[in-house]
Write a protein of this length. Structure first.
Length: 107
């Protein structure tokens, strides 16, 4: 099989580099996603400690609210969906409601 033309290899490398650079700019969203996913998988792995897992997921949403509040829109990446005040209110509200429902269900 013939080797690909060098310009094809260069363009593929350039495309991969652009994609990775774009993801690197989304670190606030990735951090929130990582915390929430960690809480979810902790609840799946150890269901007897589900309130702890729900608390971690709620903390992830509150972290999203904090990051959206302090970071400028250019740095907030995918966390910046609407206006800053509305995004913060939604993220914080989801975090508080998630924790509150977890505590209420735990009883």
């Amino acid at each position: 099989m013939p080797a690909p033309h060098p310009s094809v290899q260069t363009s593929v490398r350039l495309w991969i580099r652009r994609q990775l650079h774009g993801l690197r700019d989304q670190w606030p969203f990735m951090l929130v996603l990582l915390v929430c996913a960690g809480g979810f998988f902790a609840g799946v792995i150890r269901p007897q400690h589900w309130l702890r897992a729900v608390s971690v997921m709620a903390a992830g949403m509150l972290l999203g609210a904090l990051l959206r509040l302090v970071l400028p829109p250019v740095r907030a990446g995918w966390l910046a969906v609407r206006s800053r005040s509305l995004d913060c209110a939604i993220y914080a509200g989801l975090g508080v409601l998630t924790f509150t429902f977890g505590v209420l269900v735990h009883g």
